[in-house]
Design a binder for this molecule. Structure first.
Ligand SMILES: C[S@@+](CC[C@H](N)C(=O)[O-])C[C@H]1O[C@@H](n2cnc3c(N)ncnc32)[C@H](O)[C@@H]1O
Length: 220
């Protein structure tokens, strides 16, 4: 697939403040997509998201925050026919996702946008998916992210967070403890309905993936 020639401008962060992860690595997220598949980009939807879709737990209008090249959003569009928007700060990933949607004849939308500024979308969503984004944020950003999510998640809506966990062996980068995960939503406006052990697929773990949590969080 081609990559957008205009993706990188003089400011690799396109005017937004770099995230803690970008400050740590010294690279914008987009760089992860410029040299072959990113470590998390398996080319398939996460099994946990496939299960949620099959169980009818993804409903209404759907946002995939930090969608990467879009496999989870594309699965929602293909299997459930729901309106879905995937957003990511990486323009190269968004271009690939848009290309996949066109090739597969799917109406899924993709846009470059900052998940820490979701109100700028001017839209609301019934279901929000987060596959591997929350765990990349530091504590201050997590608080900012939850406020950003609150601005676009409809009351009664549901956020699903799939993140690396600190349980077991061969944990991924940014492992999160269960209490640490629950605490992210303690500020109010959310109810953590469930946190259960899961697996997350990556390109650098074996077939069984890495230990993860799947959190179901209701917007009050
Ligand atoms: C671990 S990857 C997961 C990508 C995708 N969800 C998947 O499962 O393949 C995290 C993604 O979040 C994106 N990201 C990081 N910070 C972001 C932000 N502030 N707003 C939107 N996307 C962000 C990165 O560019 C990257 O695509």
């Amino acid at each position: 697939m081609s990559k957008p020639s205009e993706a990188r401008t003089a400011d690799p962060f396109d005017g937004r403040p770099p995230t803690s992860h970008e400050r740590m690595t010294g690279e914008p997220w987009d760089a992860s997509y410029q040299d072959g598949p990113a470590p998390w980009d398996t080319g398939r939807p996460q099994p946990a998201m496939v299960r949620l879709a099959a169980e009818g737990r993804i409903t209404g209008t759907v946002l995939d925050a930090g969608c990467g090249t879009g496999e989870n959003a594309l699965h929602v569009a293909a299997e459930l026919g729901l309106p879905v928007l995937g957003v990511d700060v990486a323009a190269t990933a968004i271009a690939v996702a848009q290309e996949k949607a066109a090739e597969r004849g799917l109406a899924a939308e993709f846009a470059v946008a900052d998940a820490l500024r979701l109100a700028d979308l001017g839209r609301t969503f019934t279901t929000v998916l987060d596959c591997g984004l929350l765990h990349t944020f530091d504590g201050d950003e997590r608080a900012e992210y939850v406020a950003s999510l609150a601005a676009v998640t409809e009351p009664g809506g549901t956020l699903y967070v799939l993140c690396f966990s600190d349980q077991g062996s061969d944990t991924g980068p940014h492992p999160v403890g269960e209490e640490e995960l629950r605490a992210v939503f303690a500020a109010g406006g959310w109810e953590v309905a469930d946190v259960r052990p899961e697996r997350v697929q990556t390109r650098f773990h074996g077939a069984d993936g890495a230990p993860a949590w799947l959190a179901t969080v209701k917007r009050i």
